[in-house]
Every structure is written in C-alpha cells, then in structure tokens.
Design a protein around this ligand. Structure first.
Ligand SMILES: Cc1ncc(COP(=O)(O)O)c(C=O)c1O
Length: 445
C-alpha cells in the first residue's frame, strides 16, 4: 500500500495502532513511546475539532495540552483550514529572498496589534528560533553579550536559546554552551537589580513561566525589569511563545502589566496550529542593527506565503471572535472551579494559579502529576505536567471551550483527584460506574 493510501484508507484501528507504535518504537523514539504509555498519553490523534481530539478508536478527549498553546483557535479550525486550502491552490512557500506579500501584510498587522512601538518583524518557524533572533538582535544592537535569564525559564533547546532554558537536563550533555548567560530567581527584584548592569545586552523572561510551572511574573518584577533595562541601556525581551495570541485573556500577556518589551517573541498559536511560523517583533531602534547588518539573520522557511496567509486568517479570527475576552471569562470560571476543588481535596492540591486559560494545579509531590494524567485520560481529558516543574499540571485547553466543557474538565479533575486520594473511583451520582464514552464511527475521507 502506498504511503498516501496508508493515511487515508479506512483501516482497522487496532491494527493501525499496532503499526504506528511499532514504527514509533523502531524508528522514532523507543523510550518516548514507553514514557507516553506510562503516563496514559499514548493517544494517536485522529479527528480534531473545536476543543476535542478523537483517538484512532473513536474515543473523544478534551485537549488541555494543545501543544502548550498552539491550538488557541480550536483544533483544526475549519475556517483557517479553508484559507490554507485556497492559498495552496495558488501559491507555494515563496522564495525566501523575494518580497513576499503575505510577509509584509502580516508584519504590518503585528505592528498594529502589539503594544507600544513594536514595529518590525523577523519571521522563523519555531519558538526557539525566534528567541535566537531576539538574543542576536540584543547582542548586535547593544554590542554587549550578557543575557539575564530566569530560573525555571523555558525558551527552547536551540543554540542561543538553550543556555536560557533553566533546567540542566536539556543542556548538560551538550556543553560548552554559548557563554554569557546569567540566571536569577524568577520574581526576585533584588536579584535582578544585582544582575543587570552595563554588560547586560538583554533581560529575557516569560510573563507567565509555562514549563516552569505556570508561574505569572509579579507586576513589581516585570516593571522592575523594564526600569532596570532602561537604566542600564539593555533590552527587554519578552517570550510570549505560550502566553501570546489571547491565551491569558489579553491578546498579549504583557498588556496585563502595562509593560512593553523592546523585542517580543511569538510562535505557537500564531497560525492556529495549521502552519509553522514564529516571529521576533521589535522597535525601530533595534531595527537599526539591520541597516548595518542587513542579511545576517536569515532563514529559508520563516514567513513563507502559506504561513503568513494562515497567520493573518488566525489573527483576524481571534479579533472577530474576541478570543481574548472569551479566554478571560472561561479562565475565570475554570480557576474558580479549581479553587473549589482545592478546598475539597486539600491533601492533593497545594495551589492553583494562572491567567486566562493558562492555568496550573500544583500538587504536594511530583509523582501525582503523571498519575493524574492517567486518571484524566480515563475520564476523557488529556493533560500533562509542566516540563521544568513536574509538580504542576498545566491546563491549557483551546480558547473556544464553553461553560459545558469547563464543567466537564472540572468533573474529570474531581473524579481523578478522588480516585488518586482514595485508591478507587468515586461512585457516580446515579449509583453506577461511569460509562465509557460511546465509540464514534471513524470518518475517513
Ligand atoms: C516560552 C517558550 N519559549 C520558547 C519555546 C520553544 O519553542 P519551539 O519548541 O517551537 O522551539 C517554547 C516551547 O515550548 C516555550 O514554551
């Protein structure tokens, strides 16, 4: 059978799962497969729609992982998929050196919707790449080398981004790393004051640490970062790879704080999860560096025609649907429900926190997170702990969830916490065990 038929043919889900797992084990990542299985996350996504994904077997799940903020506009948003299909009827990626119309329009749109005087964009594919661009611009613009970054921060695993990612496991085998990075405790103004000086090129941080355990920056800390950068002639780089594009209840999280960075890093949610694109957006002052160094920060696939058209459509969708406002409202509901759960399971939850629909549940010990993933999966919800802080389970559903889905997530969490706390499932209100979801017929085109 040809590869394409393999994708689209109607197949027995059990056999197909076996084939995919075997290929994954033999050709992709044998240990990764084992880990995913242990955490109950070995779901093979088939259909995707709105807040849901369906496994190959037809079982439906509420996606509370969303690739940490990729699918803000919902899974496989049909409106955006249509735009991408239309674009493919007419265009390919486009030559990287040409004047790409979509790139100009998207950059103008980003200048309009980002705060302050952020104006120019360099496009890439992934978040780490865009962080690299930000760091290079900061070093190039200031002529200094030191990057002040945060304990618990995550900025990707590529060259210039890796030393800023605050967990040894990612970097330890790969030294020597790019030098010149200074790490300070997150939200510690005193430590930041000590670290920022005339050698500092930039302070780099996430307004809400995602992988660090859904930890929002304090207002005091973010304002101090802005002030210290101004005083030292350094740049402020905000990494909004997870927090951007309506996730926290504003279009960009820095708007909650009234702090504008010199360089804003955007990725994940930018094109609604349909085409890779990321960007470093920066001020005219920073752009001066490009006048003297016009072609030193380049790549082949950043800001292609297809990516830019899809991203424009995604942004228009977010604006029209007021996705930020909706995320704020649904986030308030979910957070209130989580606080209530904390009251009912005080031994199982130490804290709940976050902004908008970027929420975290902190457990008193690390082992609870993976076991929660397993229990939640049984209850139709996919969720996972944060990579730099396994005590925290992140809840980052799509931003198109409604009240009913919020309640389903809360019910699943309640059941999972009860099961872990008691060693058996909570009897349902009707006095019979929870029924497994009905298997949906598989749809194949
Ligand atoms: C805040 C943040 N910055 C950067 C990155 C790196 O993005 P990518 O994996 O697309 O390189 C991530 C990835 O999760 C992230 O969460």
């Amino acid at each position: 059978m040809g590869l394409l038929e393999w994708w689209f043919e109607q197949r027995d889900p059990g056999l197909l799962r076996g084939e995919i797992e075997a290929a994954y084990r033999d050709y992709v990542h044998p240990f990764g497969l084992r880990m995913l299985k242990a955490a109950g996350l070995d779901i093979i996504e088939d259909r995707r729609e709105g807040p849901y994904v369906w496994d190959l077997s037809g079982e439906r799940f509420i996606d509370c992982v969303t690739g940490a903020g990729i699918f803000n506009v919902g899974r496989r948003n049909p409106e955006l998929a249509e735009v991408l299909k239309r674009a493919l009827d007419r265009f390919d990626l486009g030559g990287w050196i040409s004047l790409v119309r979509g790139r100009a329009e998207l950059a103008r749109k980003l200048a309009q919707i980002t705060p302050g005087r952020l104006q120019y964009s360099i496009f890439c594919c992934g978040g780490g790449e865009a962080v690299e661009v930000g760091i290079k611009l900061a070093r190039g613009h200031t002529g200094r080398s030191e990057i002040v970054c945060m304990e618990g921060g995550y900025h990707g695993v590529t060259g210039f981004a890796l030393p800023a990612t605050g967990r040894e496991v990612y970097s330890q085998p790969f030294g020597p790393l790019v030098p010149g990075y200074v790490r300070v405790p997150f939200n510690n103004v005193g430590a930041l004051e000590q670290a920022v000086n005339e050698r500092t090129a930039a302070v780099l941080l996430e307004p809400v640490q995602g992988e660090g355990g859904i930890r929002p920056a304090s207002k005091e800390f973010l304002h101090a970062a802005r002030r210290l950068c101004d005083e030292a002639g350094a740049l402020l780089i905000l990494d909004e790879v997870q927090t951007g594009f309506c996730r926290t209840g504003k279009f960009f999280c820095c708007e909650h704080y009234g702090v504008v960075p010199d360089i804003l890093i955007l990725a994940k949610g930018m094109s609604g999860g349909l085409y890779p694109i990321s960007a470093a957006v920066f001020t005219p002052e920073v752009a001066d560096f490009l006048v003297t160094h016009p072609f030193v920060i380049v790549n082949s696939f950043g800001g292609t025609t297809l990516a830019c058209i899809t991203a424009m459509a995604a942004i228009e969708y977010m604006e029209r649907e007021d996705l930020a406002g909706h995320a704020a409202r649904m986030g308030d509901l979910l957070l209130a429900g989580l606080s209530d759960l904390r009251g009912r399971h005080p031994d199982m939850i130490s804290e709940v926190r976050g902004k908008g629909l970027m929420l975290g549940i902190e457990f008193p010990e690390e082992s609870i997170g993976p076991r929660m993933s397993v229990e939640l999966r049984k209850r139709g919800v996919i969720a996972i702990y944060t990579f730099n802080n396994p005590r925290v389970m992140r809840l980052m559903p799509t931003l198109v969830i409604d009240e009913q889905v919020v309640n389903q997530v809360l019910e699943a969490l309640d059941g999972a916490l009860y099961a872990l706390g008691h060693g058996y499932s909570k009897p349902s209100a009707q006095g019979h065990p929870r029924r497994r979801p009905r298997r949906r017929p598989r749809r194949r085109s």
